[in-house]
Design a protein around this ligand. Structure first.
Ligand code: SME
Length: 152
């Protein structure tokens, strides 16, 4: 089930040829939704005001907005600037249930300089969907995104 993340990193680098954050984030989440198996939601939340995440480009069902830093898995990623890899979101007390189909979640913070730009959120209907290898692979893909994009 683990995709070839080195190949995906090369493909993503080729896809992100605009440096524009809006175009690149739209392309990146569409690419992830297509290429990573067993996802039901892939998208970005952006920090556009202090301590708050706003819904950005995504692929999937309409989602929760806004998310304060002190709420949910996305808030924890934003607050701690650490990737959150959750096998079963129903075991997380303050998980924000946008879609009842979601069971596992991976949230990667996106930092530029000393500023948290936003987070990437991936949801899966499969419990335990995201392995440590997936985490490392997705973090590497987000490093490509940061390198190829002018983040405002
Ligand atoms: N479940 C997330 C909210 C975002 S949706 O899954 C798209 C959370 O607890 O932060």
């Amino acid at each position: 089930m683990t995709p070839d993340y080195a190949l995906l990193a090369r493909q993503l680098a080729a896809l992100l040829d605009t440096r524009d954050w809006l175009t690149n984030s739209a392309q990146a989440c569409a690419f992830l939704r297509q290429e990573i198996p067993a996802l039901n939601w892939a998208g970005f939340y952006l920090q556009r005001e202090p301590e708050m995440l706003s819904l950005g480009p995504f692929q999937g069902k309409p989602a929760c907005h806004p998310i304060p830093f002190d709420k949910g898995v996305c808030g924890a990623a934003a607050r701690t600037r650490q990737t959150q890899r959750i096998d079963d979101v129903h075991a997380i007390a303050d998980h924000i249930a946008c879609d009842a189909a979601s069971n596992a979640e991976l949230v990667v913070p996106i930092v530029t300089g000393d500023r948290l730009w936003g987070v990437l959120d991936l949801d899966s209907p499969l419990r335990g969907r995201f392995t440590a290898a997936d985490q490392a692979g997705i973090e590497a893909l987000m490093a490509v995104f940061v390198e190829r994009t002018d983040l405002e």
